[in-house]
Design a protein around this ligand. Sequence first.
Ligand SMILES: [Zn+2]
Length: 341
Amino acid sequence: MRLSQSILPAVALAIAVGGGAALAQQAAAPADPIETALRAAKTFAGLDHTGTLAALCVLPATGPGADTLPAYLAGAAPARSTWYADPAKVFDNLYFVGGSIHSAWALNTSDGIILIDTVYSYNSEELIVGGMTKLGLDPKLVKYVIITHGHGDHVGGAKLMQDRFGAKIVMGAADWDFIEQSKERFGTADNSIKPRRDVVATDGMKVTLGDTSVTLIATPGHTQGAFSLSFEVKDQGRPLMVAYSGGTAFNFVNTIANFQTYIESQRRMAEMAERTKATVIMTNHSAYDNAVGKAQMVPGRKAGQPHPFEVGQDAVTRYFKTMEGCARVAQLKLEMAAKAN
Ligand SMILES: [Zn+2]
């Protein structure tokens, strides 16, 4: 819109005259609840969780993705330079084998390996199988694969791990259903990336291998079968608890009730993190939690310097409060729109 020359001075005058009154009015007016919720989420994020804040609060994906054949299954996998990241040993018993956008982690135990998430079908061979081999881990030793939710960017390598290495795939019931019912996303003509239904995750379940257990916490919201995780890692022998956030963006059916489910899941994870005194936060999206950058900082760490993933209990709790806060912003928008109608 362009203001015509003739009314500009009048507008300027109105601002000059009305400025003081407007300010007084502003002070008295009740705060905009959406703005207040957004400010709270930003405060919780601080400088620790800007990636997730940007993804959820600033540019939230909305609405469910259609069950259509993704381009990469039709032979159009994105360029390697857009997803490749070097594998890395991050803790004594935990290795990063994900990419620059999505995470995958190999948790080494006294009796084999638990793999957490499996990136896409087009890059799991190089990132996971290739990455583990580069790090001296034998992919044949993967006994369990925990999938935090059944979207293609986390479950893409599950079938490969199931078929080639006989690993057991652990995933929530609703997401097993989702995969089975999907005709396009996972059901290419030859079902090339659809894993067979295997272990059904339940709330509080422990996946135990040798000396290590991973506790699964149902955190529905992003998908109905999404799970988050709690497990121990060791940093030069020192045990640390990890809170691993499954699910993420708001690309589900946007209803007030669905956002409430999502919010309650974040509260459960905040409680779990506090109960276990988690000082390490990890997510299934390396692009949101800067996993690749942090992993690169591990080898150069000097004696006495903190581990780059050890952010402390307060920052871990704030991560889940940031997610809760951003979901509340989105939920408030729906509530206000419902009131206006
Ligand atoms: Zn997803």
